[in-house]
Ligand binder design. Structure first.
Ligand code: TXA
Ligand code: MG
Length: 365
């Protein structure tokens, strides 16, 4: 078994995280041991889920969870999702378990759905940002599940990136974003879903609402619940703009979130001429621009050109990795061709809009 530090020297140098591979059974055994030892001591670790990498702490331990906010630079008003590895553990985190939660858990767990319910006394204030609800999710990644099972307690875990930047879908993304701030990263390879879980508010079970779309689509949830859901994802630019004293219902709704460094323009276009016109109008040189396409072929030379899948699941899997590359390569701007507007694309649309932090330039037909 090789233990690899971020400096590549076999043991962690001061300030760089230990990166442990978690692929083979033998790797996972060693990785688990170290992960559980740190979590039990109230330390943080980063590890893969099927959606994005998470930054985990013992959800019952306020001081440990506080370290998550510090490492991420996360505002204290933004609550954290609690990860479990059984229905029984999920029920221990909440005061009531409505029939809707049972149906959805049976349909989609383990998987990329977080359900907001009334929290129990097991979950401290720091996890919920003082609110009376908690978001719960049973992730599908086997490494994450094994860590929870071995710990025997739930793990609070947001995405393992500095606040407001792009969520990591590889161990290397985590290292580049949080590097010296955390002691251990478990490397389980690239995440297969690629964007964060769907967040569904079930705290008033009569009127469930999607607060953050994801790859479990509104249609899929409607089908299980036999009802029609609303989505509450209006973009707001700061908590103050919500116009009320109550905390934001889902602070991840802040308009500029999940953003690359380069400005991203999401434009509905079906031809390269439209892209070139847009670039000219905005004073962008094509040699400095990255293009993210999903239907178009282009002739002009751009700094980077990505042809993403025509199908939302494969598109989502690649998206954040591509945004990381755009930043690494120093692109001055990113132009993304707006994908289709069907329910299955809602999660991707939401992340592209938030990455842009802008309204799209013209209404879609
Ligand atoms: O796929 C995911 O959900 C990943 C992996 C690591 O599980 N986690 C993730 O966590 O994306 P985070 O913290 O980056 O995003 C959690 C979202 C935020 O928008 C937060 O505001 C919302 O869930 N949230 C968490 N608890 C909430 C609560 N009690 N009420 C309303 N919104 C909540
Ligand atoms: Mg996040």
């Amino acid at each position: 078994m090789k233990i690899k530090s971020a400096s590549g020297k076999g043991s962690p140098t001061e300030g760089s995280p230990l990166i442990l591979p978690a692929f083979s059974e033998e790797d996972i055994g060693v990785a688990l041991e170290e992960a559980v030892r740190l979590l039990q001591k109230g330390e943080l670790i980063a590890l893969p889920t099927e959606t994005v990498y998470g930054l985990a702490a013992d959800a019952r331990n306020s001081q440990a969870v506080m370290k998550i906010y510090l490492a991420k630079g996360r505002p204290s008003f933004n609550p954290i999702i609690v990860h479990v590895a059984s229905l029984e553990m999920a029920r221990e985190c909440v005061t009531s378990w409505p029939a809707e939660a049972e149906k959805l858990a049976r349909a989609f767990w383990p998987g990329p759905l977080s359900m907001i319910l009334k929290r129990s006394s097991l979950i401290p204030d720091v996890v919920t940002a003082g609110g009376d609800t908690v978001a719960i999710r049973w992730p599908a990644h086997p490494v994450f599940q094994k860590v929870i099972q071995k710990c025997g307690f739930p793990l609070a875990a947001p995405s393992a990136n500095r606040s407001n930047s792009i969520s990591p879908t590889t161990a290397e993304h985590v290292r580049s974003s949080l590097g010296t701030r955390i002691p251990l990263i478990l490397d389980g390879g690239p995440c297969v879903v690629g964007i964060e879980s769907t967040v569904l508010d079930l705290s008033t079970p009569d009127s469930p609402r999607i607060l953050r779309p994801g790859m479990i689509s509104r249609e899929m949830i409607d089908e299980v619940l036999g009802s029609t859901l609303t989505t509450t994802t209006a973009l707001v630019s700061s908590p103050g703009q919500v116009g009320q004293k109550a905390p934001l219902k889902s602070p991840g709704q802040l308009s500029r979130h999940y953003s690359p460094e380069a400005p991203l323009f999401l434009i509905p276009c079906e031809s390269e001429e439209e892209i070139l016109r847009f670039a000219e109008q905005h004073g962008l040189k094509t040699s400095e621009v990255a293009l993210i396409l999903n239907r178009l072929e282009v002739q002009e030379q751009y700094k980077l050109t990505f042809h993403l899948a025509k199908e939302p699941r494969a598109y989502a899997r690649e998206l954040y990795s591509i945004l990381y590359q755009c930043d690494e390569r120093g692109c001055k701007a990113i132009i993304a061709q707006a994908p289709p507007r069907t329910s299955q694309w809602e999660g991707v649309w939401d992340r592209l809009k938030r990455a842009s932090g802008r309204d799209i330039p013209k209404p879609l037909g």
